[in-house]
Ligand binder design. Structure first.
Ligand code: GDP
Ligand code: IMO
Ligand code: MG
Length: 423
């Protein structure tokens, strides 16, 4: 099964970057299939920490071809800057060789960021707490069939036609809404300059990946965000605007549905950035301790992440939606010193009844029910074999498998590439 899809299981930041970096050693292609530079994927290299937003996490491996698929929304100005910063770090990025961009990927422009901020400001139901990167409005324009695609940036006449569609529809309501109007001439210059810079990388990545798959190449699909931020399966409306679960891997890469290994990444506890329901959230001292121990601050916006206990109901739901047949459990080392450990095993609904299903509505009115497990005090970061883990850490992992029904095949015990236990 040469294709592996890695997806976040909860609300993002589960450690996908670290896991992709680890798995990319055995991959020919690493493909981002959704999201934009709202993502922040952290890698620890011998030279130190590296956060990638748009460039796939295989870029640090010289042999991998990295693809930004058609399902991604690309801010071309941001992408040029991210490539520059990688090159400054000594990482080889060569458009057309180890970084390829789908000509069908939609483009984020400044107006999308303005619209993102405007949308947050007018929501009477409360802010979503977006990353402010313009991701939602760019996907909206794709659905409205007025979006720009990367392939438009390399052909001035084509860009002019696409810009005309975008500008006439946006400016019809931007003015009344108080959002600065789009200036097609200024946008044209910026976009053509970015197009010139990126030209060598822009092409039909869907065909390339289908051919690679037919030739038996090893393809690693890198999810962004997580299943509970998925536009359709997540905690709507507090979600992102893309199909972050496995469904998006096919449409967002151009690969046809075929058998693949789906690996779900989940922390040994739960975190969320931004607003929205979070049944196992700890709004107390224990939550603060988790934030400090796990250095839980957003990789993209720097916002403090909300922290809570591991939620088996949510994980089982996301596992089912994503088809994950195995979990990578990250940040187990962070739970050192927390005693007892708690794991959500069910929810009590407002009417007093119980459920082990993940509801679509009124998640904020649920009361989670917990199983308690004894904690551990040992440092796990140097452990490399499951049998060398302290008994209570092993017991915790086994409890997670029991309550979620999904095998934990890999355990991460530190941010660095080699801090991994394979079972
Ligand atoms: P992503 O968005 O899923 O790639 O995750 P982020 O990079 O946004 O956040 C995960 C954070 O956890 C990063 O700071 C990682 O360096 C860190 N991390 C990943 N795995 C581990 C682990 O096993 N232990 C610890 N302590 N940190 C980890
Ligand atoms: P990675 O790939 C965590 C969250 C935002 C907000 C919601 C909508 O690093 O796991 P958006 O800007 O997408 O419209 O914001 O989604 N969000 C993330 N949270 N990790 C991410 O990516 C996220 N990308 C978006 O905080 O709640
Ligand atoms: Mg992240």
């Amino acid at each position: 099964m040469p294709t592996t899809c890695v997806v976040g299981i909860l609300w993002g930041d589960e450690g996908k970057g670290k896991v992709i970096d680890y798995l990319a050693a055995d991959a020919d292609y690493v493909v981002r299939f959704g999201g934009g530079h709202n993502a922040g994927h952290t890698l620890y290299l011998p030279s130190g920490k590296l956060v990638l937003h748009l460039v796939p996490s295989g870029i640090v491996h010289p042999h991998t071809v990295n693809v930004i698929g058609n399902g991604v929304v690309v801010d071309p100005v941001h992408l040029c800057g991210e490539i520059d910063r990688l090159i400054e770090r000594g990482i080889a990025v060569e458009l057309g060789r180890n970084l390829l961009l789908s000509e069908r990927a939609h483009v984020i422009v400044e107006a999308h960021r303005l619209q993102d901020a405007w949308g947050e400001g007018v929501r009477s139901g409360g802010k979503i707490g977006t990353t402010g990167r313009g991701v939602g409005p760019a996907y909206s324009d794709r659905c409205a069939r007025i979006g720009l695609r990367l392939g438009d940036l390399v052909d001035p006449a084509r860009l002019d036609r696409a810009l005309a569609n975008l500008v006439e529809q946006k400016n019809a309501w931007f003015g009344p809404a108080g959002i600065p109007l789009l200036d097609a001439a200024a946008m044209r210059n910026t976009l053509l300059a970015a197009g010139d810079r990126l030209r060598a990388g822009i092409g039909d990545t869907g065909k390339l990946l289908r051919d690679a798959s037919a030739a038996g190449k090893r393809i690693l699909l890198e999810g962004a965000q997580g299943c509970l931020l998925d536009l359709e399966h997540g905690t709507y409306p507090f979600v992102t605007s893309s199909h972050a679960s496995t469904g998006g891997a096919y449409s967002g890469s151009g690969l046809p549905p075929h058998e693949m290994r789906t690996v779900g990444i989940v922390k040994a506890y739960a975190t969320r950035v931004g607003e929205g329901p979070f049944p196992s959230e700890l709004k107390d001292d224990t939550g603060d301790r988790l934030r400090v121990a796990g250095k839980e601050f957003g990789s993209t916006t720097g916002r403090p992440r909300r922290c809570g206990w591991f939620d088996s109901v949510a994980v089982r739901y996301s596992g089912a939606v994503s088809g994950a047949t195995e979990l990578v459990l990250t940040n187990l080392d962070v739970l050192r010193g927390f005693d007892p450990l708690r794991v959500v095993v069910g929810y009590r609904l407002p009417d007093g009844s119980k459920t082990t299903d993940f509801p679509a509505f009124e998640l904020e009115r649920l009361t989670p029910e917990f199983a308690e497990l004894p904690g551990f005090t040992e440092d796990l970061q140097q452990v490399r074999r499951f049998e060398d883990l302290p008994p209570n850490a092993r017991g915790y992992v086994e409890a997670i498998e029991r309550h979620t029904g999904i095998a934990v095949r890999t355990i991460s015990v530190g941010p660095e590439r080699q801090q991994v236990i394979l079972r």
